[in-house]
Every structure is written in C-alpha cells, then in structure tokens.
Design a protein around this ligand. Structure first.
Ligand code: UT7
Length: 328
C-alpha cells in the first residue's frame, strides 16, 4: 500500500476588525511609536471585541479554510485547536467549533503549546493521518492574548494581538505534504513567560486580580535570547529530518513576535534573499495563530506555488519550540 502524506489542502484566517495602533498605545502607557517600531517592528495589532472569544475567531478562520480546500465540514474526521487562550477551562474551543461547523463525525480536542501551538498541531495531524486514524483534519491556531494583557505594563502590552488561522490537512498520495516536524520543550524555563494565576495553582481572588497575576508576565530579554537560539535549532533540525537544504526553501515563516528576532534567526540560516515572510508590523504577536495566518497570507499573495518548499518555525511559553518543512 502506498504511504499517504499529510497535505495542506487549504487555509483561512480571521482578524478582528478593531485596529490598535502604536499611536493609540501612546495614549494608554508611557511608550512611543518610535520605541515600539525600532525594538519590535510592530506598527499595529488587531484586538478582539468584548464579546468575541477565541472560538468566534476560530470558527470564521475554519469556514474560510474549508471553502479554500473545497471540503465540507461533514467530511472532517478530527478537529485540533491550538490555543493558550481558550474560551473557558472546558469544554474545549475545538468542541465549540465542531458544533458551529456541524462537523458531526469529528472528534475534537485542544492543544496547548503557546506560540509553538500550530507546529504541535501540524505534528499531531501528520501522525493521525500517517497512522490511518484520520483522513481530513481541521487544525486551527487561535489566540486572544488581549484578554490576558496588562494594559498598564508597557513591556508587554505593546507586543500582542488577536487572530485565528486554520488549515485543512488531508491524506493524499504524491510528493506534496508535511515532510518533517521537529518539536522540543523545556519546562525548567516555565517562569520566564507565564500567566501565574487564574488556574488550579492560584484560583481567582480579588488580591490576585489587584496584582495582575491573571495577566501575562514576561522576562523579555531572556525570552528574546532563547527564541533566537531555539528557532535556529528547530529550523535546522526540521530541514535535516526532511533531507532538504536551506537554500532550497522558497519561504521561511518564523513566529512573528519581534522583527529583530526574525532577522537574527534568518541571518543564522543559510537561506535565499527575500525568503523570510514578515507580517508582524500589521498584527504583533498572535501566539498560536501567527504561523498559520502568515502561511495563509503567503499563499494568497502568490509567494508559494505548488512544489515549493516552505518551513514554519516557532518558539513560545513552556518553553516550547519547533519547526516543520512542507512541500506545497
Ligand atoms: O512569542 C514569544 C513571546 N515573546 C517574545 O518573543 C518577546 C521576546 N522579547 C522581546 O521581543 C524584547 O525583549 C522586548 C521587545 C520585549 C523588549 O526589548 P528589549 O530590547 O529587550 O528591551 P528591554 O526589555 O531590555 O528594555 C529596554 C528599555 C528599558 O528601559 P531602561 O531600563 O533601559 O531605562 C525598558 O523599561 O526599554 C524600556 N521599555 C520601553 N520603553 C518604551 C520597555 N518597554 C517599553 C515600551 N516603551 N513599550
């Protein structure tokens, strides 16, 4: 029997309407457009509405991906949503998406790996398909980090944005598909990027809210340093597993957290000129959603054609990191 590959049949995205510019942030905290641009490359970000939860963004992205892939929701036989900002502890975002789409035969579960979420989701889909468990899988990357942002902390509130991206992954014959996935984690560095309270360790109390412990806490410079080292490691390992050369990549899509991190990673890899995709200026860091939204944009802008080699690489809280090489 021929080995079936996990192939991306179609992608979609959804960005909330509300745009928050650097000029808007200047009015909220002691910051400047100049500082944000030069230190991060970010110019604006999208913010979910008060009544918009992660599942609302995810459902829109999923519908667009289904249409792009020409697949019906009833054909899906698994749904994985990668997110660290679920609507609630349970049920999962994936179950809410499953109901909204009417994907009757799809089991549904969430994957929590912060900014590396979509890579972990791709790896799960690849394994389900290659083992014969599933044939058509919806993988979503969604986060609404604005809901966990401390708008008084200038060192974090300028960095994040909200969004959702989705991919339909199918069992197909042929050369196109996910060639490799590499993933790692290091929980000993959990403290450098976390939301300390609001979970089972420190349930919600008025004091906890007063001290913003239910919001994002980050040691920026430490995360920055490790992000560069680990993304370079992951990018090289995934290429090695796929048995392809970095010079053959048409496009590399790094996690979009900071333009300086993206440039440092690109400089350390032997890739072609103009092979790095960047959209951090428009959206900021959307955690699990960044790589899949970028892949959707790149595809629709014609920057990748059938047969091209693309690599996704990400790093995030956990710590988690990983990369995937795809033949489009
Ligand atoms: O997806 C993974 C998650 N996150 C990341 O990948 C983010 C990784 N980290 C970063 O991107 C960078 O570390 C930051 C953008 C967060 C910070 O950039 P930095 O070059 O590492 O700056 P810094 O934290 O060392 O701060 C430099 C200065 C400080 O002032 P002093 O102490 O030198 O006087 C900060 O107080 O910049 C100050 N600062 C700001 N100034 C204006 C920090 N945030 C701001 C701000 N506006 N928003």
């Amino acid at each position: 029997m021929k080995k079936l590959r996990a192939k991306i049949l179609g992608t979609g995205r959804y960005l909330p309407e509300k745009v928050l510019t650097n000029a808007d942030l200047e009015k909220i905290v002691d910051t400047s457009d100049e500082w944000i641009r030069t230190r991060t490359g970010i110019e604006q970000r999208r913010i979910a509405g008060e009544n918009q939860a992660s599942s609302d963004l995810a459902i829109e992205a999923a519908k667009m991906a289904l249409e792009n892939a020409k697949v019906k929701a009833e054909e899906l036989d698994a749904i994985f949503t990668c997110t660290c900002t679920p609507d609630m502890f349970f049920p999962s975002v994936s179950c809410l998406v499953q109901a909204a789409l009417g994907a009757k035969k799809a089991p549904a579960m969430d994957i929590s790996a912060a900014c590396s979420g979509f890579i972990y989701g791709l790896a799960t889909a690849k394994s389900f398909i290659e083992s014969g468990q599933s044939k058509k899988i919806l993988v979503i990357g969604v986060d609404t980090l604005s809901k966990l942002t401390n708008w008084k902390d200038r060192s974090t509130c300028v960095l994040f944005g909200d969004g959702a991206g989705a991919a339909i992954i199918s069992a197909e014959e042929g050369e196109s598909g996910i060639l490799s996935v590499y993933m790692r984690a290091d929980g000993s560095e959990a403290n450098i990027l976390k939301v300390p309270a609001g979970g089972s360790k420190q349930p919600t109390t008025p004091e906890m809210i007063e001290n913003n412990l239910n919001k994002i806490h980050m040691n920026g410079p430490e995360v920055y340093k490790l992000a560069v080292i680990k993304m370079v490691e992951a990018a090289k390992k995934a290429l090695e597993i796929a048995g392809v050369n970095s010079r053959d990549l048409k496009l590399i899509i790094p996690h979009q957290a900071n333009l300086r991190i993206i440039d440092s990673v690109a400089k350390r890899l032997d890739i072609q000129e103009n092979a790095t995709f960047v959209n951090v200026q428009k959206y900021g860091n959307m955690s699990s959603a960044t790589t899949i939204i970028a892949l959707d944009e790149a595809q629709r802008e014609g920057r990748i054609q059938r047969g091209d080699l693309v690599e996704l690489v990400a790093f995030g809280a956990g710590l988690t990191w990983g990369a995937s090489v795809i033949r489009w």
